[in-house]
Design a protein around this ligand. Structure first.
Ligand SMILES: Cc1cc2nc3c(=O)[nH]c(=O)nc-3n(C[C@H](O)[C@H](O)[C@H](O)COP(=O)(O)O)c2cc1C
Length: 254
């Protein structure tokens, strides 16, 4: 290796000397500076591409959240991390244990076991709702890490449009008010849980999936994605609380 470097250096020096002698020092210097400038510009752009301060983290059991994460990735300059569960969550026994673990606030073993979030100031978590909470793998990830000072945004998918209940007034039928308050309670619990990791929750988006056409679901995913994208682009470093967050149906789940 050493011998090879020495030889190539020697070769370059030799050729550069004869090149300088042949065409004159000034034009040669000019060409050299130009080449250096070009390589600086090219590596500068490449470097900028790899320095990404946004990360999309997702878990998906049946593909819905993967679709969300893929759409986000297409429109937002971000790295992406898939979290997987070492427990088999497929089929009806997978469903049962997912419900069980979620109901009893249990954690699981996830892959990757360790991940450094230090390079990211904004993290978008994409998770299905399991028993009105973030899924067990995403809860585990949040439980096992610190997100101090980072902007966190949440994007969930679930069977129903949870946000519509928060809009109900006190004149709504008892059963609906009960569900509204029940969801609000779940929301507060999750919010406290996330905040205990040190992160600032700056946005929450949700898409309902049950009995809806693929086209309608995709439209909603894209609409929220574009909102997140424009928030990032228009406001530079921080996510701005808007969307579900700042209007009457805010704080629905988180
Ligand atoms: C164990 C379990 C519990 C669930 N609980 C809820 C729930 O409380 N509310 C809801 O709207 N959907 C619930 N769902 C439905 C999922 O959130 C929904 O199907 C989601 O879109 C799945 O996302 P995925 O395809 O990325 O796994 C639950 C699903 C599972 C497996």
């Amino acid at each position: 290796m050493k011998v090879h470097n020495y030889r190539s250096k020697h070769y370059l020096n030799k050729n550069r000397t004869s090149f300088l002698c042949g065409v004159g020092t000034m034009p040669a210097l000019f060409v050299l500076l130009f080449v250096l400038y070009c390589s600086f510009v090219v590596t500068g752009i490449a470097g900028a591409g790899s320095e990404c301060d946004t990360l999309i983290v997702y878990y998906s059991r049946t593909g819905g959240c993967k679709e969300v994460a893929d759409t986000l990735k297409k429109h937002i300059r971000a790295d992406i991390l898939e979290v997987t569960d070492t427990k088999d969550r497929s089929g009806s026994s997978g469903f049962f244990w997912a419900a069980f673990d979620s109901f009893f606030d249990r954690y699981t073993h996830i892959q990757p076991e360790r991940f450094s979030f230090s390079a990211y100031s904004k993290i978008i978590f994409v998770s299905p709702l399991w028993y009105w909470k973030l899924s067990v793998p995403i809860r585990t990830l949040i439980h096992e890490n610190r997100f101090d000072g980072k902007d966190l945004i949440f994007f969930t998918t679930g069977n129903i449009e949870v946000t519509k209940y928060a809009e109900l007034g006190d004149d709504a039928p008892f059963i609906k008010r009960y569900l509204r308050d029940y969801l609000q309670n779940k929301c507060d619990t999750m919010k406290t849980f996330v905040q205990s990791s040190g992160g600032n929750i700056t946005g929450y988006y949700h898409v309902a999936t049950k009995e809806r056409s693929v086209g309608d679901i995709q439209k909603d995913i894209l609409k929220h994605t574009l909102n997140i994208q424009s928030e990032i682009q228009n406001h530079g470093k921080s996510f701005i609380q808007k969307q579900l967050w700042s209007d009457p149906i805010k704080d629905v789940l988180l």
